[in-house]
Design a protein. Structure first.
Length: 174
């Protein structure tokens, strides 16, 4: 009897944690970038943007890239202490894109976790010297979860082949 209790408890915890927890839903709509963040904002969308998966497959370390994706891929896609976030290829479906799905954190893409390893990239904003910009991307850039963004910068690969974009600028699609 005791064994069934623990098994049931584990199943319940797995079911509840499937889509993460929420602190009240996606970030509230922003009033736009801060005064410091405006320098990173493009007035027009850069041409020739490629989806995250295409850039992951083709970009080499140091290549100039323009990447299109949606902010998300984790319950908390934001870098701590630095202006950056995770983006996900537009072909992946957020839970909110699935009719009837009531996930509280649809930007974590918990329904597509098997595709995140090859369908996501990390975006880190850098200054003119290439140093990571300190701060919070939501406040600095006025962005929120699930927004489609176009980011221009340099591709950076780690030893495992994971892709980061050292971003110089961003355009937020309406």
């Amino acid at each position: 009897m005791k064994r069934n209790y623990w098994f049931g408890l584990v199943l319940l915890l797995l079911a509840v944690s499937g889509c993460g927890t929420s602190d009240g839903g996606p970030s509230a709509a922003s009033n736009g970038p801060s005064a410091d963040g405006k320098q990173y904002m493009f007035k027009e969308e850069p041409k020739d943007g490629k989806d995250v998966i295409a850039v992951r497959e083709s970009a080499k370390d140091g290549d100039d890239v323009i990447v299109v994706g949606r902010i998300g891929g984790e319950v908390d896609p934001w870098l701590k202490g630095f202006a950056g976030f995770r983006i996900v290829d537009k072909s992946l479906r957020a839970c909110s894109d699935i009719p009837g799905d009531a996930c509280e954190t649809p930007w974590d893409y918990c329904c597509e976790t098997d595709k995140l390893a090859t369908g996501a990239a990390l975006v880190k904003f850098v200054d003119t010297e290439g140093n990571a910009v300190k701060g919070n991307a939501k406040e600095l850039l006025g962005v929120k979860e699930l927004q489609t963004v176009v980011v221009a910068g340099k591709a950076k690969r780690d030893e495992a082949g994971n892709l980061s974009i050292l971003a110089k600028g961003i355009y937020v699609r309406p």
